[in-house]
Each structure stands twice: as C-alpha cells, then as structure tokens.
Design a protein around this ligand. Structure first.
Ligand SMILES: *[C@@H]1O[C@H](CO)[C@@H](O)[C@H](O)[C@H]1NC(C)=O
Ligand SMILES: *[C@@H]1O[C@H](CO)[C@@H](O)[C@H](O)[C@H]1NC(C)=O
Ligand SMILES: *[C@@H]1O[C@H](CO)[C@@H](O)[C@H](O)[C@H]1NC(C)=O
Ligand SMILES: *[C@@H]1O[C@H](CO)[C@@H](O)[C@H](O)[C@H]1NC(C)=O
Ligand SMILES: *[C@@H]1O[C@H](CO)[C@@H](O)[C@H](O)[C@H]1NC(C)=O
Length: 450
C-alpha cells in the first residue's frame, strides 16, 4: 500500500514539475544540457547542427543510445580533475562548474528525458546537493554520478525508482549517513558509495536488500559493526576498506567472492564460518585488530587466490599439515604474532605463490622475525608495558632536569653544555622509541617493497 502511495506521489510531483508540453524536443533538451554543463569538449560534436546525437558513433567518453526516437542511454565522461583539498559546498574556480551552475535546474532538464534507462555523468564537475526530483527518471536502471562535487544526503525518494539496478556515487562529498531505505529498492543489485564523507553506522536493513550482489562503501568514515548480510543469497562483493568499523566480524553470505575489510578497527577472531565460503577468491582483512588463529581451512578454500591477514594481532602456530589451495597466489601474514614453523605449503615461493611473513616470531627467516617473547605477550601487556615505560621515562627526564637545574644554579657558566646534554638525552630517547615502536604499516610497506 505504502509503495503504491509513493508511486502515486511520485507521479503527481513529476507531473507537476514537467507538464506534458513536450514542445521541447529531445535534441533541444540535449543542447540545453550541453549549455548547463558549460560546453565540455566531449560534447563538441553536438555543436554541429546537422548531426543528431542519436546517430553519432559512441566513444569511450560519450555515448548516446536511442531506440527509435527514444533516448535510452546518456553517458558523458569528463576530464579527470584533481580534487581540491577542501570543498565547502560552493563552486571552486577552474575546478567545479561555475557559480551560475544550478544542479537543480540541470536535473530538471535531465528528468524530462523520461525514456532514459542509463545515465552516466562522471567527472563533469557538477556541484551541489543532489535534488530528489532525479527520481522522476522512472525508467532508470543505471545511475552513475561518480567523481563530481555532490554533497549532503542521498535523497530518500530515490528508493521509489523500482527499476534501478546499479547506483554509483563514488568520489563525491556526500556527508550524512548511509541511507537506511536500501531494502525498499526492489531491484537494486549494485550500490557503490566509495570515497565520500559518509558517517554513522551501516543500517541493519541492508541485510534485507534481497537481490543485492555488491556493496562498496570503502573510503568513508563509517563506524560500528559490519552488518549481517547472511540472508543475502546473491551477495558476491563486499568492500568496506578504509573506514572506522570496530565490531567483530559477522558470518558472511556464502555466495561471496570478494571480501575487502582492510584498514578498519575490527576486533575478535576470524569466524570459523569463513571456511564455508566456497566461492571466495579474495579476502583482505589487513590492518585491523583481529586476534586468535585464522581457521586453517581458509588457506584451502577451493577458489581462494588472495589472502591478506597482515598487520593484525593474530597469533598461535599454523599446523605443519596445513594445506593450501592450488589457486592460492598471494598470502600476507606480515606483522602479526605467529609462532612456530611456517607450514610447508607456505614456505618458499613455490608455484608462483607470493608469501609474506616478516614481523612475526616464525622460526623461518629469523632475521626478519621478532624474538619469541614478543609474540607471547598479549597486546594488552605490551600496551601497559609501554605505559610503564613512558612513566619511567617522564620521571627520568624530570629527575635529570632537576639535577641539571641544580647544577645550573651552581654554575651559570656551563648553561650551553647543559642544554646540549639535555638535547642529546632527548634525541637518544626519541631514537629508541622509533626503533622499538616502528609502525606496522612501515613494516608492511617495507615488506611490500622488498
Ligand atoms: C555537508 O557538506 C556541506 C558542504 O560542504 C555542508 O554545508 C554541510 O554542513 C555538511 N553537512 C553535514 C551534516 O556535515
Ligand atoms: C582559471 O583558468 C584560467 C584559464 O586557464 C586562468 O586564466 C585563471 O587564472 C584560472 N583561475 C584560477 C583561480 O586558477
Ligand atoms: C526487476 O527486474 C526484473 C528483471 O530484470 C523485472 O522483470 C522487474 O519488472 C523489475 N521490477 C520492477 C519493479 O521494475
Ligand atoms: C534471516 O532470515 C531469517 C528468516 O527469514 C530471519 O529470522 C533472520 O532474522 C534473518 N537474519 C537477518 C540478519 O536479517
Ligand atoms: C571458482 O572460480 C572459477 C573461475 O574463476 C569459477 O568458474 C568457478 O565456478 C568457481 N568455483 C566456485 C565453487 O565458485
């Protein structure tokens, strides 16, 4: 009922926005779009009055597809433009379209091309909040507005676009939370909102978006848990890299082919259930705070080719009988707390397999491993040791400063020397710190470059 109501609302608002005058023909609307886009050079061919955009040969940067006279697809890829360090919602000279550009008017023009099924308008310097009237493109199946300067929220009215299959809004400035109405899309299979400024949690309702196959939210500031997508039987690709997710890993839907969760703050162990992911090819859990031992069968998953567990707090020893899938081409175990021998199937870069394991306590390649005691300390102990160390250092410095100032009072003449001694002390302390506390990222980068 609610659904029908929203269709009705949609029909009326769109009807009011665009009374069926239809005086302006399709090609006039296209000319209008060209003007509003401030004549990008990709559209120079439209400048020739004798050429009909429907009949121009599609190129990599421009495609206009028509069926009969009805416009089906509009694809314009602008010049890639480096993003300004700070975009505050207003036009930036030579970066965004000019200040006279109004996204709302542009979308009004666009939405009158009601037959459109595919709209791809990438890197065109569009700027502004995305107006919700874009939902009036009710035949739309693919919407890609990547690499523009869109900000604010993703309009909830988009959810009435029942034919929409793919929505890609990567590389914009959307800065509210991830929409919680995604399950109301009946046909949405691909959602990409990477490299925006999204914050807040991933709504649990996403676990009900039945036909979803791909969710890519990498490069935002999303926090909270990885949602439970266990019921999504068609789900193949999850990319949540580079966010602030800090929960434990949930069980994953078994159709998954790619799981990318690196550079978050995920805790807990890798669930045993991961060994049921028979289609999995690419698993990246690097740069998190995962603990425990990874399930050994994950090295033997039938289709696994890339397995990156680097820079976590994984521990224990891998059994010598561990088997590797013949498809496995890359394994990174660097910068964890593994002990014991490296299992034979990971030892030596056999069968064109790349295996990285520096910064653990393996008995193999001791030159690049820590001493055993490093891996037997839990993270917490090491943390508190560090705190104790810090306190001792601070007390030490205070003590030395006190002694030095007593000496200073005794003899004012030697002040230059004292400062020197103090500087040397601080310098030494800094060096000590930087060698023992070398960041895991550095180690991993070092291992990568080697
Ligand atoms: C989103 O970005 C715009 C433009 O920079 C800004 O005006 C607005 O306050 C931001 N909104 C939020 C919720 O941060
Ligand atoms: C913008 O580009 C024009 C022409 O390339 C140049 O003359 C002008 O100085 C540029 N403006 C800014 C603010 O960079
Ligand atoms: C969803 O997609 C299917 C197949 O692509 C199509 O038959 C169906 O009409 C679509 N649903 C809606 C509401 O458009
Ligand atoms: C999965 O579906 C079952 C049965 O429909 C339901 O009970 C359960 O809550 C669902 N799980 C999630 C995470 O949505
Ligand atoms: C493994 O991958 C191949 C191709 O990459 C694919 O044909 C095959 O169906 C996959 N196996 C499973 C169990 O998904």
């Amino acid at each position: 009922m609610g659904w029908h109501l929203s269709i009705l609302v949609m029909a009326t608002t769109c009807f009011m926005l665009f009374p069926i005058s239809d005086q302006s023909s399709q090609s006039e609307l296209l000319q209008q779009l060209r003007k509003q886009l401030e004549y990008p050079r990709q559209l120079d061919t439209w400048g020739n009055p004798s050429s009909d955009p429907c009949y121009t040969q599609p190129t990599a940067v421009l495609a206009v597809t028509c069926e009969g006279n009805a416009l089906m697809e509009l694809k314009i890829i602008g010049d890639r433009i480096t993003k300004p360090p700070k975009f505050n919602g207003y036009s930036v000279p030579n970066v965004t379209l000019s200040e006279v550009f109004v996204l709302d008017s542009f979308v009004t023009t666009l939405a009158r091309l009601t037959t459109l099924r595919v709209v791809i308008l990438v890197s065109l310097c569009l700027w502004g909040p995305l107006p919700d009237k874009i939902h009036c493109l009710s035949s739309l199946e693919v919407l890609d507005l990547s690499s523009n300067f869109l900000y604010g929220s993703i309009p909830p009215k988009l959810s009435v676009m029942s034919k929409l299959r793919t929505m890609t809004l990567d590389g914009n400035y959307f800065n509210v939370s991830v929409p919680d109405w995604l399950d109301s899309f009946s046909n949405l299979t691909v959602l990409r909102l990477q490299s925006n400024l999204l914050k807040g949690f991933i709504p649990a309702s996403i676990g009900k978006a039945d036909v979803l196959t791909e969710l890519a939210l990498a490069g935002n500031s999303i926090s909270g848990d990885v949602p439970n997508l266990g019921n999504l039987s068609k789900f193949e690709m999850l990319d949540l890299r580079d966010n602030q997710l800090d929960g434990e890993l949930p069980e994953m839907p078994t159709a998954l082919v790619t799981i990318l969760l690196s550079k978050n703050s995920l805790k807990g162990e890798i669930p045993e259930q991961f060994v049921q992911l028979n289609r999995l090819q690419h698993l990246d859990l690097s740069f998190n705070f995962l603990v425990g031992s990874p399930p050994e069968e994950s090295f033997a998953l039938p289709n696994i080719s890339y397995l990156n567990l680097a820079a976590n707090m994984l521990s224990g020893s891998l059994s010598s009988s561990l088997t590797c899938s013949s498809t496995l081409g890359f394994v990174d175990l660097s910068t964890n707390q593994f002990t014991g021998d490296l299992p034979a199937c990971l030892n030596g870069n056999m069968n064109n397999k790349v295996v990285k394991f520096v910064g653990n306590c393996f008995s193999t390649d001791p030159a690049h491993q820590h001493e055993a005691k490093y891996c037997h300390q839990s993270h917490k102990e090491r943390g508190s040791n560090k705190d104790v160390g810090l306190v001792i250092t601070v007390v030490g410095i205070l003590f030395i400063v006190l002694v030095l100032s007593l000496v200073l009072m005794a003899s004012n003449k030697r002040s230059c020397q004292i400062v020197l001694v103090e500087q040397q002390f601080l310098q030494k302390h800094k060096q000590d710190n930087s060698t023992s506390g070398m960041s895991s990222e550095l180690l991993v980068n070092a291992s990568k470059s080697s």
